[in-house]
Design a protein around this ligand. Sequence first.
Ligand SMILES: [Zn+2]
Length: 74
Amino acid sequence: MYLIFRCDCGRALYVHESNSVKRCVCGRLIKVKSRRILGKVNSFEEASEIVRKLQEEKYGKAVLMTADKYGENE
Ligand SMILES: [Zn+2]
């Protein structure tokens, strides 16, 4: 089972349930039990897919708008 949660920096993360801590790319070491768990899934593939969707919800539109602007300029 994999647990899905967010870091304080807003990044979505997943961790295998056997792990009690996870280091985010922002450098924070997160105690999994201290976080609100957003989801639980059985496979690594599902976990990475959900994390990707959560990231898109938060950052996806801004990234797309930036890409569109670059496209127009070139
Ligand atoms: Zn973080």
